[in-house]
Write a protein that binds this ligand. Structure first.
Ligand code: FES
Length: 129
């Protein structure tokens, strides 16, 4: 990943089960921009690559709308797969048992900060708010 640490958003912009903050991570090998999102759930912040394991589409049906109506699961707008917000595990739908790819973040003060290490996509990080 070519990225260095940078602020994604403020922690207080994220509400449990609410709108996600979308951001892009530039990856160097292979070179591409990965759409990602950060969410708050159960008092912690999580970030994932915005790509459904089923067909690779972005989850949100409108910008940042990644939770289903109860706020308990993330939902893919394309075919309705449900994901556990704190693990990215798909618990219902065509990619049952697969996972969203986590993006490593840190909480620094009131900022959600993207970690700058190339190995961080694929390693799960969740920080308590
Ligand atoms: S693309 Fe997400 S469930 Fe099919």
């Amino acid at each position: 990943m070519a990225e260095t640490e940078r602020v994604i958003c403020r922690v207080d912009e994220l509400k449990d089960g609410g709108l996600a903050v979308k951001f892009v991570v530039s990856q160097s090998e292979p070179a591409r921009d990965l759409p990602c999102f950060a969410i708050a759930f159960d008092g912690a912040v999580y970030a994932y690559v915005n790509s459904c394991p089923h067909r690779g589409t972005e989850l949100d049906w409108q910008a940042g709308e990644v939770f289903e109506e109860t706020g308990l699961y993330l939902v893919c707008a394309t075919h309705g797969a449900l994901f556990v917000p704190n693990s990215g595990l798909c618990v219902d739908g065509p990619c049952h048992g697969a996972r969203l790819r986590p993006v490593a973040i840190n909480i620094v003060g009131n900022d959600v900060v993207l970690s700058g290490h190339s190995s961080d996509i694929g390693n799960h990080t969740a920080m308590k708010t």
